[in-house]
Write a protein that binds this ligand. Sequence first.
Ligand code: TXA
Ligand code: MG
Length: 322
Amino acid sequence: MKTEICKSEGINKACKLILDGELVAFPTETVYGLGANALDGNAVKKIFIAKERPQDNPLIIHLADFDDIFKVAREVPPIAFTLFEKYCPGPLTMILKKSESVPDEVTAGLDTVGVRFPSHPLAIQLIRGSAPIAAPSANLAKHISPTTASHVYEDLNGRISLIIDGGECSVGIESTIIDLTQTPPVLLRPGVITLEELSEICNAEKYTGTLDVALAPGMKYKHYAPRVPCVMRKTEMLTSEYELAVKNGKNPVIIATQQTIDSLLNRFNTLSLGENGVSAAHYLYSNLHLAESKYDYVILESMPETGVFFSVMNRAKKSSAE
Ligand code: TXA
Ligand code: MG
């Protein structure tokens, strides 16, 4: 299969492919998604094949308009509307009781469904022009999520027919997932919308169960990993790890906050995460992609686990060997 890349001019073609039961990779504000018609089980199966994704890991359904939520969810509690008004379209996924019309391929047999309203204009056009779209991140399973169309191409070239290039994703890490089928709601995956914010609105709590149960099946998999070894080290251990790697014949790179990089005085290969949690989220995956293409050993700075940094660290831990 030849994989074509288009920009906004390809939207009509993309909508037709979705309606024909084919896959299209598309930009969202978080990461690129690999989309199929969420109401067509056979189309959704193709996502799992293209990504080599384990079958027990359910997909998020992407919608453009609030009223469409009733097509995929059978119970929509008032808090869903409150969260929609405050954060949507945006990087938030709500877990709700699923409706009959959602095929088991989407939910991996669960009685619940993840629903999200992406804000990228091309994602909205694609959904409005076709159908509710089931989409995981558009990378091979276990690899780093894509934040540009060329990241998608590297992983899925030859496996899908079309990639819509909408530029670099602004957020850079996947959406926050909140389970609204529990009382109080439970945060299943942190993102740039933080637990601190959500707990003020709806008493949301951190997920404390074991990761093996089916609550958020994706959380148990080690993923987001670059193709070269990646370790995480405290700020004060970065340079000794780097020197050890060089001694072992490696060409390492340090990925760290700008403040830390400034303190290293240009003596090392570095990639910056910027100055705060939001910038770190934006640069984490793009730096990991760059790092695996130019270097052979990645040393990630361990960051404070507060605010958005908490979410960045959640992904960074999954990228590193420990
Ligand atoms: O930002 C995002 O959420 C991106 C973009 C493309 O929208 N999508 C994304 O999808 O990150 P994916 O498949 O890579 O991650 C979805 C996560 C998985 O961990 C999955 O287990 C969880 O959502 N999930 C999906 N449906 C669920 C459900 N019904 N209950 C619990 N967890 C669910
Ligand atoms: Mg993913």
